[in-house]
Design a protein around this ligand. Structure first.
Ligand SMILES: [Zn+2]
Length: 248
């Protein structure tokens, strides 16, 4: 979703996401309106956290007149608030744009353009994908794959994130997870749910059901937050049926 902000109303220091301020995306001609896409912010935060680095936004939103002035493409994503031209630093050093193009491709940016050896255009356009070497114009002219175009290996890109934060690491783990690992995780999850205390709102019903013998405990807990299988459900109904039959 693209949101519209007023610089006057929110102020340049207004945080759009944990690490990006409104002024960083403002059109350089001083235009009060600033359009910024939520998806773009999410992806920039993702890139930042993956690298444990910093991102400088050279150009975010552009008004129509400013886009013309800087020679942007006629239907540039910058006009819609869905694009940013960035320079990425890790430990103060600029990360080569070739590697950033590849990393952004892996992370799932919709549009990626190589601008110069330091700068990269990224966008979250609604339709289609874009992979371009902007030294040669604004066409998708890299054959769709920056790794192949720049002859960069996945290993080189992964080396950028030697200090991978938990979020990025778990993404890789997820790809490699076996069925057994998943089952073990699910078992731990359900066991933990069984141990959770019941909520107050069910107090009366629980007291009645326990007294009437409709429900009883398992492994030292009543497991009220646990899942109910079909055999459990049918047993609960059967116990209620027997109880009602006895009362008649
Ligand atoms: Zn751009």
């Amino acid at each position: 979703m693209v949101r519209s902000y007023s610089l006057k109303k929110f102020g340049g220091e207004h945080l759009l996401s944990p690490h990006f301020k409104l002024k960083e995306f403002a059109s350089k001609d001083g235009c009060d309106t600033v359009l910024v896409s939520d998806e773009l912010l999410t992806m920039l935060e993702r890139l930042r956290s993956y690298l444990n680095g910093t991102i400088t936004i050279n150009s975010g939103y552009r008004s129509v007149s400013h886009n013309k002035k800087v020679g942007g493409a006629a239907s540039s994503q910058h006009l819609f608030g869905t694009a940013a031209d960035i320079v990425v630093r890790k430990k103060g050093e600029i990360v080569p744009a070739k590697l950033i193009c590849c990393l952004c491709q892996t992370l799932g940016f919709k549009g990626i353009g190589y601008i110069s050896k330091n700068a990269v255009h990224v966008d979250m356009r609604r339709l289609g994908r874009y992979r371009g070497d902007e030294r040669r114009g604004y066409a998708g002219n890299v054959g769709g794959d920056f790794y192949r175009y720049f002859n960069v290996s996945e290993k080189q890109v992964r080396a950028l994130a030697a200090t991978l934060p938990a979020a990025a690491k778990s993404v890789n783990k997820e790809e490699e997870m076996t069925q057994q690992q998943f089952n073990a995780m699910a078992e731990r999850y359900f066991a933990a749910k069984n141990d959770e205390p019941a909520s107050g709102w069910s107090k009366e019903a629980r007291a009645w059901a326990e007294k009437a013998g409709i429900i009883n405990g398992m492994a030292n807990t009543m497991a009220y937050k646990g899942c109910c299988s079909r055999e459990m459900a049918v047993t609960l109904i059967y116990r209620l049926y027997r109880l009602l039959a006895k009362e008649q």
